[in-house]
Design a protein around this ligand. Structure first.
Ligand code: KDG
Length: 358
Protein backbone atom coordinates (compact mmCIF):
# COMPACT_ATOMS: atom_id res chain seq x y z
CA UNK A 1 0.00 0.00 0.00
CA UNK A 2 2.95 2.33 0.52
CA UNK A 3 3.09 3.12 -3.18
CA UNK A 4 -0.26 4.89 -2.92
CA UNK A 5 0.92 7.31 -0.25
CA UNK A 6 -0.12 10.83 -1.10
CA UNK A 7 1.44 13.28 1.29
CA UNK A 8 0.22 12.18 4.68
CA UNK A 9 -2.92 10.53 3.30
CA UNK A 10 -3.17 7.03 1.94
CA UNK A 11 -4.62 6.67 -1.52
CA UNK A 12 -7.65 4.92 -0.01
CA UNK A 13 -8.28 7.98 2.17
CA UNK A 14 -8.05 10.32 -0.75
CA UNK A 15 -10.26 8.09 -2.87
CA UNK A 16 -12.95 8.13 -0.20
CA UNK A 17 -12.80 11.92 -0.12
CA UNK A 18 -13.44 11.88 -3.85
CA UNK A 19 -16.39 9.50 -3.75
CA UNK A 20 -18.95 12.04 -2.64
CA UNK A 21 -18.22 14.26 -5.61
CA UNK A 22 -20.37 14.35 -8.70
CA UNK A 23 -17.52 14.82 -11.18
CA UNK A 24 -14.52 12.82 -12.43
CA UNK A 25 -14.44 9.24 -11.28
CA UNK A 26 -11.86 8.06 -8.81
CA UNK A 27 -9.00 6.31 -10.68
CA UNK A 28 -9.29 2.56 -10.32
CA UNK A 29 -5.92 1.25 -9.20
CA UNK A 30 -7.20 -2.07 -8.00
CA UNK A 31 -6.64 -3.89 -11.26
CA UNK A 32 -3.45 -3.24 -13.20
CA UNK A 33 -3.47 -5.11 -16.53
CA UNK A 34 -2.94 -8.86 -16.25
CA UNK A 35 0.61 -10.00 -16.92
CA UNK A 36 0.64 -12.60 -19.66
CA UNK A 37 3.31 -13.91 -22.00
CA UNK A 38 5.80 -16.68 -21.64
CA UNK A 39 8.49 -16.99 -19.03
CA UNK A 40 11.87 -16.06 -20.49
CA UNK A 41 14.63 -18.65 -20.08
CA UNK A 42 17.39 -18.17 -17.52
CA UNK A 43 20.02 -15.77 -18.88
CA UNK A 44 21.40 -14.71 -15.53
CA UNK A 45 20.13 -12.31 -12.88
CA UNK A 46 20.14 -8.52 -13.00
CA UNK A 47 19.02 -5.80 -10.62
CA UNK A 48 17.93 -2.67 -12.46
CA UNK A 49 17.98 0.70 -10.67
CA UNK A 50 15.41 3.13 -12.00
CA UNK A 51 15.21 6.77 -10.95
CA UNK A 52 12.07 8.85 -11.50
CA UNK A 53 11.11 12.42 -10.66
CA UNK A 54 7.61 12.01 -9.30
CA UNK A 55 6.06 10.67 -6.10
CA UNK A 56 4.87 7.15 -5.20
CA UNK A 57 1.25 8.16 -5.76
CA UNK A 58 1.84 9.34 -9.36
CA UNK A 59 0.80 7.43 -12.50
CA UNK A 60 4.51 7.49 -13.38
CA UNK A 61 5.45 5.49 -10.29
CA UNK A 62 2.46 3.15 -10.37
CA UNK A 63 3.14 2.22 -14.00
CA UNK A 64 6.88 1.85 -13.31
CA UNK A 65 5.89 -0.63 -10.62
CA UNK A 66 3.84 -2.47 -13.24
CA UNK A 67 6.94 -2.54 -15.49
CA UNK A 68 8.89 -4.04 -12.58
CA UNK A 69 6.15 -6.62 -11.96
CA UNK A 70 6.15 -7.72 -15.62
CA UNK A 71 9.95 -8.22 -15.63
CA UNK A 72 9.91 -9.99 -12.30
CA UNK A 73 7.08 -12.36 -13.20
CA UNK A 74 8.23 -13.21 -16.72
CA UNK A 75 11.85 -13.76 -15.66
CA UNK A 76 10.79 -15.77 -12.61
CA UNK A 77 12.46 -13.25 -10.32
CA UNK A 78 15.75 -13.02 -12.21
CA UNK A 79 15.12 -9.42 -13.35
CA UNK A 80 14.45 -7.10 -10.43
CA UNK A 81 13.69 -3.40 -10.75
CA UNK A 82 14.27 -1.05 -7.81
CA UNK A 83 12.45 2.25 -8.28
CA UNK A 84 13.77 5.45 -6.65
CA UNK A 85 11.02 8.14 -6.77
CA UNK A 86 10.95 11.86 -5.85
CA UNK A 87 14.12 12.83 -7.79
CA UNK A 88 16.16 11.23 -5.01
CA UNK A 89 18.85 10.12 -7.49
CA UNK A 90 18.84 13.46 -9.35
CA UNK A 91 16.72 15.48 -11.76
CA UNK A 92 15.81 14.51 -15.31
CA UNK A 93 18.99 16.08 -16.76
CA UNK A 94 21.30 14.48 -14.21
CA UNK A 95 19.66 11.07 -14.49
CA UNK A 96 20.02 11.08 -18.29
CA UNK A 97 23.72 11.84 -17.84
CA UNK A 98 23.90 8.94 -15.38
CA UNK A 99 22.34 6.66 -18.01
CA UNK A 100 25.05 7.72 -20.45
CA UNK A 101 27.85 6.88 -18.03
CA UNK A 102 26.12 3.72 -16.85
CA UNK A 103 25.85 4.82 -13.20
CA UNK A 104 22.05 4.44 -13.45
CA UNK A 105 20.14 1.76 -15.39
CA UNK A 106 16.80 3.40 -16.12
CA UNK A 107 14.96 6.70 -15.93
CA UNK A 108 11.65 8.21 -17.04
CA UNK A 109 12.11 11.90 -17.87
CA UNK A 110 9.86 14.33 -19.67
CA UNK A 111 10.72 14.66 -23.35
CA UNK A 112 11.51 18.38 -22.85
CA UNK A 113 14.94 18.13 -21.19
CA UNK A 114 15.81 15.28 -23.59
CA UNK A 115 15.90 17.70 -26.55
CA UNK A 116 19.63 18.06 -25.92
CA UNK A 117 19.95 14.47 -27.25
CA UNK A 118 17.20 14.51 -29.89
CA UNK A 119 16.38 18.09 -30.93
CA UNK A 120 13.24 17.03 -32.88
CA UNK A 121 11.57 16.23 -29.55
CA UNK A 122 11.13 19.98 -29.15
CA UNK A 123 8.10 19.70 -31.45
CA UNK A 124 6.23 18.44 -28.38
CA UNK A 125 7.12 21.65 -26.54
CA UNK A 126 5.30 23.88 -29.02
CA UNK A 127 2.29 25.43 -27.30
CA UNK A 128 -1.21 24.20 -28.16
CA UNK A 129 0.11 21.78 -30.81
CA UNK A 130 -1.88 18.76 -29.64
CA UNK A 131 -5.42 19.83 -28.80
CA UNK A 132 -6.76 16.47 -27.58
CA UNK A 133 -5.34 13.54 -25.65
CA UNK A 134 -6.34 11.18 -28.47
CA UNK A 135 -4.30 13.27 -30.91
CA UNK A 136 -1.32 13.27 -28.54
CA UNK A 137 -1.48 9.49 -28.09
CA UNK A 138 -1.74 8.95 -31.86
CA UNK A 139 1.38 11.06 -32.36
CA UNK A 140 3.29 9.22 -29.60
CA UNK A 141 2.40 5.90 -31.25
CA UNK A 142 3.30 7.05 -34.78
CA UNK A 143 6.35 6.26 -36.91
CA UNK A 144 7.42 9.88 -36.44
CA UNK A 145 7.65 9.30 -32.68
CA UNK A 146 9.37 5.92 -33.17
CA UNK A 147 11.94 7.76 -35.30
CA UNK A 148 12.60 10.09 -32.37
CA UNK A 149 13.13 7.13 -30.02
CA UNK A 150 15.49 5.53 -32.56
CA UNK A 151 17.47 8.77 -32.80
CA UNK A 152 18.74 8.19 -29.25
CA UNK A 153 20.84 5.25 -30.53
CA UNK A 154 24.51 6.02 -30.03
CA UNK A 155 23.90 8.67 -27.34
CA UNK A 156 24.42 6.15 -24.54
CA UNK A 157 20.65 6.03 -23.97
CA UNK A 158 18.23 3.40 -25.26
CA UNK A 159 14.78 5.07 -25.51
CA UNK A 160 12.09 2.45 -25.00
CA UNK A 161 8.63 4.03 -25.08
CA UNK A 162 6.66 7.25 -24.94
CA UNK A 163 3.94 7.73 -22.36
CA UNK A 164 1.98 10.61 -20.88
CA UNK A 165 3.19 13.28 -18.52
CA UNK A 166 0.21 15.29 -19.67
CA UNK A 167 -1.34 18.66 -20.29
CA UNK A 168 0.50 21.33 -18.38
CA UNK A 169 -1.49 23.78 -16.27
CA UNK A 170 -0.30 26.97 -14.62
CA UNK A 171 -0.27 27.43 -10.84
CA UNK A 172 0.95 30.37 -8.77
CA UNK A 173 0.81 31.93 -5.35
CA UNK A 174 0.09 35.52 -6.38
CA UNK A 175 -3.18 35.92 -8.31
CA UNK A 176 -5.80 34.14 -10.40
CA UNK A 177 -4.72 33.96 -14.05
CA UNK A 178 -7.41 34.29 -16.73
CA UNK A 179 -5.60 36.22 -19.44
CA UNK A 180 -2.06 36.50 -20.82
CA UNK A 181 -1.93 39.95 -19.16
CA UNK A 182 -2.40 38.27 -15.77
CA UNK A 183 0.86 36.40 -16.44
CA UNK A 184 2.86 39.26 -17.90
CA UNK A 185 1.60 41.64 -15.34
CA UNK A 186 1.86 45.02 -17.10
CA UNK A 187 1.77 47.33 -14.07
CA UNK A 188 1.52 44.32 -11.71
CA UNK A 189 4.92 42.87 -12.69
CA UNK A 190 5.34 39.54 -14.48
CA UNK A 191 5.07 36.30 -12.54
CA UNK A 192 8.28 34.39 -11.92
CA UNK A 193 7.56 30.96 -13.34
CA UNK A 194 9.73 27.89 -12.95
CA UNK A 195 10.13 26.03 -16.25
CA UNK A 196 11.73 22.77 -17.25
CA UNK A 197 15.22 23.01 -18.70
CA UNK A 198 14.07 23.58 -22.27
CA UNK A 199 14.47 26.64 -24.54
CA UNK A 200 10.98 26.48 -26.09
CA UNK A 201 9.41 26.61 -22.62
CA UNK A 202 11.59 29.60 -21.77
CA UNK A 203 10.42 31.29 -24.93
CA UNK A 204 6.72 30.61 -24.11
CA UNK A 205 6.92 32.31 -20.72
CA UNK A 206 9.14 35.14 -21.94
CA UNK A 207 6.63 35.80 -24.71
CA UNK A 208 3.85 35.98 -22.14
CA UNK A 209 5.83 38.55 -20.17
CA UNK A 210 6.69 36.28 -17.22
CA UNK A 211 10.16 35.84 -15.73
CA UNK A 212 10.89 32.21 -16.57
CA UNK A 213 13.39 30.43 -14.33
CA UNK A 214 14.57 26.96 -15.41
CA UNK A 215 15.00 24.72 -12.39
CA UNK A 216 15.23 21.03 -11.53
CA UNK A 217 11.88 19.53 -10.51
CA UNK A 218 13.30 18.32 -7.19
CA UNK A 219 14.05 21.90 -6.11
CA UNK A 220 10.68 23.26 -7.08
CA UNK A 221 8.61 22.74 -3.93
CA UNK A 222 11.03 24.58 -1.68
CA UNK A 223 11.60 27.31 -4.30
CA UNK A 224 7.84 27.98 -4.25
CA UNK A 225 7.66 27.67 -0.48
CA UNK A 226 10.43 30.23 -0.05
CA UNK A 227 9.00 32.56 -2.70
CA UNK A 228 12.00 32.18 -5.03
CA UNK A 229 9.43 31.58 -7.78
CA UNK A 230 5.74 32.56 -7.87
CA UNK A 231 4.55 29.62 -9.86
CA UNK A 232 5.13 26.66 -12.10
CA UNK A 233 3.31 24.58 -14.68
CA UNK A 234 2.64 20.85 -14.60
CA UNK A 235 -0.26 18.43 -15.08
CA UNK A 236 -2.88 18.46 -12.28
CA UNK A 237 -1.82 14.99 -11.16
CA UNK A 238 1.75 16.19 -10.56
CA UNK A 239 0.54 19.31 -8.75
CA UNK A 240 -1.54 17.08 -6.48
CA UNK A 241 0.85 14.19 -5.91
CA UNK A 242 3.75 16.59 -5.25
CA UNK A 243 1.60 18.61 -2.81
CA UNK A 244 2.18 21.87 -4.69
CA UNK A 245 -1.27 23.08 -3.57
CA UNK A 246 0.24 23.56 -0.11
CA UNK A 247 2.26 26.48 -1.51
CA UNK A 248 0.20 27.53 -4.54
CA UNK A 249 -3.25 29.11 -4.06
CA UNK A 250 -4.20 29.56 -7.73
CA UNK A 251 -4.45 27.23 -10.69
CA UNK A 252 -5.48 27.91 -14.30
CA UNK A 253 -6.53 25.23 -16.74
CA UNK A 254 -4.34 26.47 -19.59
CA UNK A 255 -3.46 23.08 -21.20
CA UNK A 256 -0.72 25.03 -22.97
CA UNK A 257 1.64 22.10 -23.72
CA UNK A 258 1.19 18.32 -23.83
CA UNK A 259 4.38 16.74 -22.47
CA UNK A 260 5.26 13.08 -23.04
CA UNK A 261 7.44 10.97 -20.78
CA UNK A 262 10.09 8.69 -22.27
CA UNK A 263 11.05 5.45 -20.56
CA UNK A 264 14.80 4.99 -21.02
CA UNK A 265 17.60 2.56 -20.25
CA UNK A 266 21.35 3.07 -20.16
CA UNK A 267 22.85 1.61 -23.35
CA UNK A 268 25.49 -0.01 -21.15
CA UNK A 269 22.81 -1.84 -19.19
CA UNK A 270 20.96 -2.71 -22.41
CA UNK A 271 24.12 -4.17 -23.95
CA UNK A 272 24.70 -6.35 -20.89
CA UNK A 273 21.29 -7.99 -21.28
CA UNK A 274 20.79 -11.15 -23.34
CA UNK A 275 18.62 -10.45 -26.47
CA UNK A 276 15.75 -12.42 -24.92
CA UNK A 277 15.85 -10.11 -21.89
CA UNK A 278 16.11 -7.07 -24.19
CA UNK A 279 12.89 -8.18 -25.93
CA UNK A 280 11.21 -8.60 -22.57
CA UNK A 281 12.32 -5.14 -21.39
CA UNK A 282 11.06 -3.58 -24.62
CA UNK A 283 7.70 -5.34 -24.38
CA UNK A 284 7.29 -4.48 -20.69
CA UNK A 285 8.11 -0.84 -21.45
CA UNK A 286 5.39 -0.70 -24.13
CA UNK A 287 2.81 -2.40 -21.90
CA UNK A 288 3.53 -0.28 -18.84
CA UNK A 289 3.57 2.89 -20.99
CA UNK A 290 0.09 2.01 -22.28
CA UNK A 291 -1.03 1.52 -18.67
CA UNK A 292 0.55 4.84 -17.68
CA UNK A 293 -1.33 6.65 -20.46
CA UNK A 294 -4.60 5.15 -19.20
CA UNK A 295 -3.82 6.07 -15.57
CA UNK A 296 -2.72 9.61 -16.47
CA UNK A 297 -6.02 10.19 -18.28
CA UNK A 298 -7.98 8.88 -15.29
CA UNK A 299 -5.99 11.05 -12.87
CA UNK A 300 -6.27 14.30 -14.78
CA UNK A 301 -9.72 15.77 -13.99
CA UNK A 302 -9.87 13.81 -10.76
CA UNK A 303 -6.67 15.49 -9.56
CA UNK A 304 -8.00 18.94 -10.48
CA UNK A 305 -11.13 18.23 -8.43
CA UNK A 306 -9.03 17.00 -5.52
CA UNK A 307 -7.00 20.22 -5.65
CA UNK A 308 -10.21 22.27 -5.51
CA UNK A 309 -11.38 20.17 -2.55
CA UNK A 310 -8.14 21.12 -0.83
CA UNK A 311 -8.67 24.81 -1.36
CA UNK A 312 -6.83 25.63 -4.58
CA UNK A 313 -8.75 28.26 -6.55
CA UNK A 314 -8.85 26.87 -10.07
CA UNK A 315 -9.87 28.97 -13.07
CA UNK A 316 -11.31 26.96 -15.95
CA UNK A 317 -10.58 29.02 -19.04
CA UNK A 318 -13.28 29.26 -21.72
CA UNK A 319 -12.54 28.87 -25.44
CA UNK A 320 -12.11 32.59 -25.91
CA UNK A 321 -9.62 32.85 -23.07
CA UNK A 322 -7.64 29.87 -24.42
CA UNK A 323 -7.65 31.52 -27.85
CA UNK A 324 -6.14 34.66 -26.29
CA UNK A 325 -3.26 32.60 -24.88
CA UNK A 326 -2.86 30.82 -28.21
CA UNK A 327 -2.59 34.11 -30.03
CA UNK A 328 -0.20 35.55 -27.47
CA UNK A 329 2.28 32.68 -27.89
CA UNK A 330 2.25 32.73 -31.70
CA UNK A 331 5.75 34.33 -31.75
CA UNK A 332 7.06 31.07 -30.21
CA UNK A 333 6.16 29.30 -33.47
CA UNK A 334 7.79 32.03 -35.54
CA UNK A 335 10.97 31.63 -33.52
CA UNK A 336 11.08 27.84 -33.18
CA UNK A 337 9.28 26.23 -36.12
CA UNK A 338 12.19 26.77 -38.59
CA UNK A 339 14.61 25.35 -36.03
CA UNK A 340 12.51 22.28 -35.15
CA UNK A 341 11.49 21.68 -38.77
CA UNK A 342 8.35 22.90 -40.54
CA UNK A 343 7.90 19.47 -42.21
CA UNK A 344 8.07 17.61 -38.92
CA UNK A 345 5.52 19.94 -37.35
CA UNK A 346 3.22 19.56 -40.37
CA UNK A 347 3.51 15.76 -40.12
CA UNK A 348 2.56 15.86 -36.43
CA UNK A 349 -0.33 18.21 -37.13
CA UNK A 350 -1.58 15.89 -39.89
CA UNK A 351 -1.61 12.91 -37.50
CA UNK A 352 -3.42 14.99 -34.88
CA UNK A 353 -5.98 16.29 -37.37
CA UNK A 354 -6.69 12.82 -38.72
CA UNK A 355 -7.43 11.58 -35.19
CA UNK A 356 -9.74 14.48 -34.54
CA UNK A 357 -11.68 14.07 -37.80
CA UNK A 358 -12.49 10.41 -36.97
O1 KDG B 1 10.42 12.08 -13.84
C1 KDG B 1 9.81 13.13 -14.49
C2 KDG B 1 9.83 14.40 -13.71
O2 KDG B 1 11.09 14.53 -13.16
C3 KDG B 1 9.61 15.65 -14.50
O3 KDG B 1 9.76 15.44 -15.86
C4 KDG B 1 8.29 16.30 -14.21
O4 KDG B 1 7.22 17.59 -15.87
C5 KDG B 1 8.05 17.55 -14.99
C6 KDG B 1 8.79 18.78 -14.64
O5 KDG B 1 8.13 19.82 -14.63
O6 KDG B 1 9.99 18.76 -14.38
Amino acid sequence: MTRFLLGTLTFAGVATMGLGMAHAQTPDLSAPPAIDGEVVEDHGSHTIRMGIGLAESSPQYISSQHFADILEERSEGRLTVNIFPNSQLGDDVQMMEMLQTGTLDMSYPSSSPATTYVPELAAFDLPFLLPTREAAVAVMQSDVAQGMLDSFDGTGIKALAFSENGYRQLSNSVRPVETPEDVGGLDMGGLTIRTMENPVHLSIWETLGANPTPMAFGELFSAMEQGVVDGQENPWSTILTSNFHEVQDYGSETRHVYTPFIMMMSERTWDRLDPAYQDLVQEAARQSAAYEIQLAAEYDDWSRNQLEERGMQITRLNDEQIAAFQEAVQPVYDEWAPEIGEDLIAEIQAIAEETMSN
